[in-house]
Design a protein around this ligand. Structure first.
Ligand SMILES: *[C@@H]1O[C@H](CO)[C@@H](O)[C@H](O)[C@H]1NC(C)=O
Ligand SMILES: *[C@@H]1O[C@H](CO)[C@@H](O)[C@H](O)[C@H]1NC(C)=O
Ligand SMILES: *[C@@H]1O[C@H](CO)[C@@H](O)[C@H](O)[C@H]1NC(C)=O
Ligand SMILES: *[C@@H]1O[C@H](CO)[C@@H](O)[C@H](O)[C@H]1NC(C)=O
Length: 441
């Protein structure tokens, strides 16, 4: 029998994934398994192909642009909006680039929902019934039906929870009852690249793991979406604002959370709420809030090494910091560090043929090589915390160096999810900053 064409192979990824408990004796909080969007265990994988590097790069740049513009909203300045945005025409309308999903239970009885995980936004949402094919995009699972849940309730319009949406630019006003009174709290989110969602901000029971139920989790019952290119049921917001899952559950889990992104798409990582009781395995670097936007997490890079050799890069070019963004695929560095990293990497990889490209991509043709030796790349953060990226999965994506240029020196960059692979990334709400632990998944 001949091999099925690639498209059909993608569809065979469609295996069921159930809510699992991953025993973590070191932690009081909840742990849920985390899957790559295109992995064989993702319950609602997109049937499209895993993204090529060009598409990943495009999505990543659109995403970076969005996070920047949101942080700058209302500041009356666009002076630092000089990030490189080149959008190849052959790519379709791409939206956001969140790449990892978790499966959670929503409602009573709990219904499994596959959600994209995003540290770059706060409000979580799922598409809700009734919703027709004009207003809701096609998803793999049946729509979540609040009428079938005994714990569902829309959030009242005049409540503080509803008012809090306005301050995070998520509010959409209140809907009217048939009798003309105001009742339900509307939310609205617009992501980079055109994905929009709006609906009713609601209360519901959220099951993180069997027996681990968050009562009154605030989320959006989504009734009108545009521009989605995923088949997932919705999104899980992990940003720093009050609407995010870790902040909402801070009374239960302390507000800290961590995750480990699996190195290959067939692997399983985890998302954990609550900090481990013993953090001796972690190295911490200070973390701040990007431009006080309340949502994005910022750390500072101080150096890069390739193959064990420190690159000579003046510290001040890193001044803009790096936004830690698990929804962004590729890391973005200011121009000097990017150029130095690229040339050192190319020198170390001189044995392999580079694929010619109009862009300044660094992509290799490994056809015919049974063994490829990729140099170690390490990032050093404030406090002298040096993190060895996974080799090769934390460095290469589809045979390409998974870094791009964010803009001129001093410009803010992004730490993308390729570089986070296999590391446990601990967002410590107790003021410890961002912790890295190697070899966690
Ligand atoms: C879908 O529902 C919306 C709102 O209920 C309505 O305006 C629209 O006409 C419907 N579209 C179709 C194709 O039924
Ligand atoms: C208006 O309708 C809502 C929902 O149907 C109901 O809860 C509320 O009591 C009504 N208000 C008045 C003044 O009739
Ligand atoms: C924390 O874990 C490390 C090894 O992982 C161990 O050496 C240390 O004793 C532990 N500390 C506490 C307080 O349990
Ligand atoms: C990669 O190399 C193989 C063998 O040398 C060649 O046949 C193929 O065309 C190359 N592919 C690209 C994209 O350059």
């Amino acid at each position: 029998m001949s091999a099925p064409p690639p498209h059909q192979q993608e569809q065979s990824y469609d295996t069921l994934m159930f809510l699992l408990v991953m025993p973590r004796p070191d932690r009081a909080g909840a742990v849920v398994p985390l899957l790559h969007r295109h992995g064989p265990c993702a319950k609602s994988p997109s049937t499209d192909k895993p993204s090529s590097f060009a598409e990943a790069l495009h999505r990543s740049r659109v995403r970076a642009d969005y996070i920047m513009s949101r942080a700058l909203r209302g500041r009356g300045t666009t002076t630092i909006m000089e990030g490189k945005v080149s959008i190849p025409a052959h790519l379709g309308t791409s939206v956001d680039s969140q790449e990892y999903v978790v499966t959670l239970g929503l409602g009573t009885p709990a219904v499994e929902q596959v959600l994209l995980m995003d540290t770059g936004s706060d409000l979580s949402w799922v598409q809700c019934a009734p919703c027709n094919s004009t207003d809701c995009y096609p998803q793999k699972d049946p729509l979540f039906d609040p009428r079938k849940s005994s714990t569902y309730a829309p959030i009242p319009c005049g409540s503080d929870v509803c008012k809090s949406l306005q301050s995070n630019h998520l509010g959409n006003g209140c809907s009217m009852n048939d009798n003309g009174t105001q009742s339900q709290c509307g939310y609205r989110v617009q992501y980079g690249g055109g994905l929009k969602t709006r609906g009713v901000y609601s209360n519901e029971a959220l099951t993180l793991a069997p027996g681990e139920v968050v009562k009154d989790f605030h989320f959006g019952c989504a009734y009108k979406q545009r521009g989605a290119d995923d088949k997932t049921d919705g999104l899980l917001g992990l940003g720093g604002a009050p609407q995010s899952l870790p902040v909402q559950t801070s009374a239960l889990y302390g507000g800290s959370f961590s995750y480990c992104l699996p190195p290959v798409s067939s692997g399983t990582g985890f998302l954990a709420l609550g900090a481990p009781s013993n953090t001796s395995g972690f190295s911490f670097t200070p973390m701040t809030d990007f431009m006080d936007d309340g949502t994005s997490y910022l750390v500072k890079l101080t150096g890069i090494s390739v193959g064990g050799k420190q690159l000579r890069i003046p510290r001040k070019v890193f001044e803009g910091g790096l936004i830690v963004d698990c929804g962004n695929i590729i890391s973005h560095l200011p121009s000097t560090p990017y150029a130095k990293l690229r040339s050192a990497f190319r020198a170390a990889m001189a044995a392999y043929p580079l694929i010619p490209s109009d862009d300044d991509d660094t992509c290799y043709n490994f056809t015919g090589y049974s063994d490829v030796t990729v140099p170690k790349v390490a990032l050093t953060f404030t406090g002298g915390v040096t993190v060895d990226l996974d080799v090769p999965n934390g460095v290469l994506l589809d045979g390409c160096l998974a870094f791009t240029e964010s803009g001129s020196d001093g410009y803010v960059g992004f730490l993308g999810n390729v570089q986070m692979r296999t590391l446990e990334m601990l967002y410590d709400a107790r003021g410890g900053g961002l912790g890295f632990r190697a070899g966690a998944c």
